[in-house]
Design a protein around this ligand. Structure first.
Ligand code: MLT
Ligand code: MN
Length: 308
């Protein structure tokens, strides 16, 4: 299978439009150590011809333009993008659907919860329902991905719930500490083909659990939530008032952090994705980047290609 990282940054991208943090200034200045990044998404293909998006970033139009394998071939109106799988209803993961407007056959996969959110926002009907079908995925059930005509794309996903939070724009302060979050709000994907687990895609995760540890142990490849390096970095750096915990993201460092959680998991390849504009691992010459590299992690970048 082939994987392309279309976007590696968290919501807002890197640099975020209104961010004047030193990290963002380096990216805007064209610093080679600090390449710009679009919002998180990958494209996955079993045959290198037809592709499935994992999440649809608001930057999708640029991502397609920057990725020749996603350009139309053959017909006057066509696309190698045959389906999109959504892991939550965050703006950075669903707004890009609007780029897939009009009458192009496509299949969208998400939990019933996320499909309900799309259904409640009729702007998504720019994806003409006559051509674009929406398929509910049940947690823990292997789902063979198909084109709109039902033909198989050659791989499957197993969606499973991970700790997280309802999308920011759906938070309900009257519904308790986690703002009305339900199990289907944040999912991860195990990708299988030829009877084998190829990789896991987990762009958002609030904490490591025993169940998740058991699932990931010995995996060949895991993409994982790299939003913040330190839980309070946005507050410390004066650019925000929220911790990572408040946003539903575990941090890279610390006793409860991702480096510690993966230390004994025997995962062959570990890649951070969904990286916030404040995270020092975005920049190639920082001590924090050196620390994650020394711990065996890679930092995803836009255009990264992987064979799995
Ligand atoms: C998140 O991952 O926490 C969200 O993308 C935040 C946001 O929508 O700004
Ligand atoms: Mn996000």
């Amino acid at each position: 299978m082939q994987v392309r990282v279309l976007g590696s940054a968290a919501g807002g991208g890197y640099p975020q439009w209104n961010c004047n943090h030193p990290n963002s200034r380096r990216a805007r200045a064209g610093d080679a150590m600090a390449p710009r990044r679009t919002q998180s998404s990958i494209a996955v293909s079993a045959d290198g011809i037809d592709w499935v998006l994992f999440n649809a970033s608001p930057d999708l139009r640029q991502q397609i333009n920057d990725t020749p394998v996603l350009h139309p071939r053959d017909a006057l109106r066509a696309s190698p993008i045959k389906a999109a799988v959504l892991t939550n209803a965050d703006v950075d993961h669903v707004a890009g659907l609007l780029n897939l407007r009009e009458s192009q056959p496509l299949r969208i996969y998400a939990t019933q919860r996320v499909l309900s959110v799309l259904a409640a926002n009729s702007i998504f009907n720019v994806l003409n329902p006559t051509f674009v079908s929406r398929e509910a995925m049940a947690l823990e059930q292997e789902c063979a991905l198909t084109r709109a005509d039902g033909s198989l794309l050659g791989f499957s996903v197993v969606p499973f719930s991970v700790p997280g939070k309802v999308a920011l724009w759906l938070e309900d302060v009257n519904r308790g500490a986690n703002f009305g979050t339900v199990e289907e709000d944040t999912i991860a994907l195990e990708v299988r083909s030829g009877g084998r687990t190829r990789f896991f895609y987990i762009p958002g995760c609030a904490r490591m659990t025993e169940a998740l540890t058991a699932r990931l142990r010995g995996a060949p490849l895991v993409f994982f939530d790299g939003t913040l390096f330190t839980d309070d970095e946005m507050i410390r750096d004066g650019v925000g008032v929220k911790t990572g915990a408040r946003m539903g993201h575990m941090s890279v460092s610390g006793a409860d952090g991702t480096l510690a959680a993966f230390a004994n998991l025997d995962v062959a390849r570990r890649v951070f994705i969904h990286i916030n504009t404040t995270n020092p691992i975005l920049i190639a010459d920082t001590p924090e980047r050196a620390a994650v590299t020394a711990a065996g992690w890679e930092v995803a970048y836009d255009g990264m290609e992987l064979q799995v």
